[in-house]
Design a protein around this ligand. Structure first.
Ligand code: ATP
Ligand SMILES: Nc1ccn([C@@H]2O[C@H](COP(=O)(O)O)[C@@H](O)[C@H]2O)c(=O)n1
Length: 234
């Protein structure tokens, strides 16, 4: 039994871990948060940690392409994230970086930060500790390598995807003041860089694909919840 009372059968005991991966703009954060809210589960956004470390490196004027210098920031990286889907916040030390980590300057360098092996090892440990510490019945964890590296043994594993043009259109609809072409190019470049490190375009064995290309937001949340209900206690 772990500290939060999840009994010890399998790595997660009776904690229902819902692992969700997918490319940029596929709806991982918004859909996972809404599904967690409806299920009464916790919600963990893992991309926020990579973004927060990118923010921290920029603050320290570390060159994001210098892997050694990036890894050297890890001992001082004091990171906390809220896992209540209704109380989402991200802290680095005493700084609330919830909004700052969405800044285009951070988005532009996050893939370079995320390809540093020491970073991936450290953040994976951190994610597992946060997951094990939840007091709720379950947790929805979303990112790029959750179904394959962070929690390949999760009872529910989902690849959330959508056609690239649809993802670009959804992303540009939420970003005013940026041309659709620029938004699309940034999204495609980030996916290209990230997919050199982990494969989140193809479902690993045992992972269920939810394709939202022809679904609206609520239908996508319904589809994710249907997978959870079918697979959580299968
Ligand atoms: N099925 C859907 N129908 C319509 N809009 C959607 C759907 N799913 C997600 N969206 C919208 O698409 C946009 C991108 O979603 P979101 O930010 O959750 O994606 P993401 O995968 O977390 O992206 P990133 O990896 O870049 O952080 C949001 O505005 C969200 O509301
Ligand atoms: N499991 C993960 C999650 C994220 N990343 C990297 O972080 C970047 C930001 O992620 P968002 O989901 O907030 O867009 C992403 O582009 C990846 O570089 C990761 O490597 N693994």
């Amino acid at each position: 039994m772990n500290a939060e009372g999840h009994s010890a059968e399998g790595p997660w005991g009776d904690l229902v871990v819902v692992a969700v991966d997918g490319p940029a703009g596929s709806g991982k954060s918004s859909v996972s948060k809404a599904a967690a809210r409806r299920l009464g589960f916790a919600y963990l956004d893992t991309g926020a940690a990579y973004r927060a470390l990118a923010w921290f490196a920029l603050q320290r004027r570390v060159d994001p392409t210098d892997a050694r210098a990036v890894a050297d920031t890890l001992p001082d990286f004091d990171y906390r994230i809220g896992t209540d889907p209704d109380g989402y916040h991200v802290m680095v030390g005493e700084h609330d970086v919830t909004d700052a980590i969405r800044d285009p300057d951070v988005t532009a360098v996050v893939s370079a930060i995320a390809r540093v092996p020491e970073v991936r090892v450290r953040l994976t440990e951190l994610f597992r500790a946060i997951m094990a510490g939840t007091s709720r019945e379950g947790i929805v964890v979303e990112g790029r390598d959750i179904t394959t590296v962070v929690a390949p043994d999760a009872p529910v594993r989902i690849l959330l995807t959508a056609d690239e043009h649809v993802r670009m259109a959804r992303r540009s609809a939420e970003l005013t003041g940026h041309s659709a072409a620029t938004v699309g190019e940034q999204l495609r470049n980030r996916d290209r860089a990230d997919s050199r490190v982990v494969d989140f375009m193809n479902a690993a064995e045992g992972v269920t694909t939810v394709d939202s290309t022809d679904l609206d937001f609520d239908q996508t949340v319904d589809a994710v919840i249907a997978v959870v209900q079918r697979e959580a206690h299968a």
